[in-house]
Design a protein around this ligand. Structure first.
Ligand code: GLN
Length: 483
């Protein structure tokens, strides 16, 4: 195997035995990118020089010493562009490191490249990027999922050792599922959001996208923890995720929400997820039916709260201090805003800003935003109740495998429904992981399917340990698209 094909654990072993150096690994990833990223389109920029320079001085005794990591282009890396895949920020050069980047660097990791995404993380297919097209490595006529589609495609196609994504309603777990890699959304507040361009601040979390659950534990170990620059970040101690990995699932209570195993799930997805649950059972997990009765309201609730927060967060893009500024000479400041925002934002972003402004406007606030907040509480209570009985909840990540590029271009509502199994976790603030659990044959394509394991608030150890146990007896995570 070449270095770019390895996991973090394998690469660290090579470094520590002297069989490879960080410079060789960075070069291997860069070569893989120049050979393979023409068809995949995972990256918006590479930052090759900075990565090579960092590799020279990497201390391989550190937890992620010399490990190159791709970064979703919504996260600031000092001296590199942070575009959010938007024309608005196409030339924005970040003056500082996000907290997660500072923590990665302190742990010896090397940021390598910024990955494509849906503009401002709004979408489920990466088709809303204004700056490039990303394809699914398993079938390049299909979407990689989104919004962290570039990170997922890079990891799955061995164009990255590991990556960071962000998840507001599924944007780490869903592309991980569609591309066949691991994606972990931490509990809200587990990881600092400082330096992540805000989409919906009460839902956004940064998390790892990796080749194995063990690698996800390694990255989370480094990026988790309190931060004075993010007041919503929890100052709770960070447990030993790696140490807890090998405890197995004997006696672990796994809940199956009856509302999640519904008609309409593609048969190949259902079969793969059910087989994965059986595998956990055969390892000693106890399978229990649970109920999440407010599931049917999750999509509507999310698209009110997320758009409301987005409309407020995106108000800062006014063409005054940074980002795109219209060249048209305006008659007034309002006209300047209008021109700038009309030129800078793509269609989906505009749709969300309009929707979000509407649900917050006087006369509609009570009917939409306030009511959605109340339903959010009910959804959170569903999980609190279910977790009285079980340690983790298992479900599909998405109802069907990756769809064709362009297939849903005229139907945003259909794409919103992609999020049915992932967004409730964000509304409830709990953690979740997507783990490759098989393939579905879809009109001639063999497409990856993910198993979602949801955990209690700060229950990352439970979902990582179940995911790791599953990967000890299955090989789905080792499958590669080009074999
Ligand atoms: N697909 C969802 C949306 O479009 C979630 C996106 C995300 O998690 N960033 O809003």
């Amino acid at each position: 195997m070449e270095l770019h094909q390895l996991s973090i654990t394998e690469l660290l072993d090579r470094y520590r035995s002297g069989a490879a150096s960080p410079r060789e690994a960075v070069e291997s990833v860069l070569t893989a990118i120049s050979n393979g990223d023409g068809t995949i389109g995972a990256y918006l920029s590479h930052g090759a020089e900075a990565a090579l320079a960092a590799a020279e001085n990497a201390d391989t005794s550190l937890p992620l010493g010399g490990i190159p990591i791709a970064i979703k282009d919504a996260i600031n890396v000092e001296g590199q562009t942070t575009t959010c895949a938007s024309k608005f920020l196409e030339n924005f050069n970040s003056p500082y490191d996000a907290t997660v980047i500072a923590k990665l660097k302190a742990a010896g990791a090397i940021p390598l490249g910024k990955t494509n995404m849906d503009e401002f993380a709004m979408g489920s297919s990466t088709e809303n990027s204004a700056l490039g097209k990303t394809t699914n490595p398993w079938d390049t006529s299909r979407i990689p999922g989104g919004s962290s589609g570039g990170s997922a495609a890079a990891v799955a196609a061995d164009l990255a050792i590991a990556a960071l994504g962000s998840d507001t309603g599924g944007s780490i777990r869903q592309p991980a599922s569609h591309c066949g890699c691991v994606g972990l959304k931490p509990t809200y507040g587990r990881v600092s959001r400082f330096g992540l361009v805000a989409f919906a601040s009460s839902l956004d979390q940064i998390g790892p996208m990796t080749k194995t659950a063990e690698d996800a534990a390694r990255v989370l170990q480094v990026i988790a923890g309190g931060d004075i620059n993010d007041s919503t970040c929890l100052d709770e101690p960070v447990p030993d995720y790696l140490g807890a990995l090998n405890q197995g699932v004997r006696g672990l209570r796994v809940g199956l929400p009856k509302e999640y195993f519904i008609d309409g799930i593609e048969p190949g997805v259902k079969a793969a997820v059910e087989a994965a649950v059986k595998e956990l059972e055969s390892q000693g997990a106890e399978i229990v039916e649970v109920s999440l009765p407010h599931t049917e309201y999750a999509v509507a609730t999310y698209y009110i709260i997320a758009t409301a927060e987005a409309s407020a967060n995106l108000a800062r893009f006014d063409g005054v201090r940074y980002g795109h500024r219209s060249a048209i000479q305006p008659e007034s400041i309002v006209e300047h805003y209008k021109n700038t925002r009309a030129e800078g934002f793509g269609e989906e972003v505009k749709r969300r800003v309009i929707l979000g402004t509407y649900v917050l406007s006087s006369g509609y606030y009570d009917a939409y935003y306030l009511r959605a907040q109340k339903v959010r509480t009910l959804i959170r209570q569903d999980f609190t109740k279910a977790f009285e009985n079980v340690d983790v909840i298992a479900s599909p990540v998405a109802p069907a495998p990756a769809f064709k590029i362009g297939e849903n271009a005229d139907d945003p509502l259909k794409v919103y429904l992609e999020d049915i199994f992932t967004i409730a976790a964000n509304l409830a603030g709990i953690c979740g992981i997507s783990v490759p659990c098989g393939f579905s044959d879809c009109k001639g394509s063999r497409l990856p399917v993910g198993l979602q394991l949801l955990g209690k608030p700060l229950g990352e150890s439970d979902i990582l340990r179940a995911a790791h146990a599953y990967q000890q007896t299955t090989d789905w995570h080792k499958a590669r698209p080009f074999e």
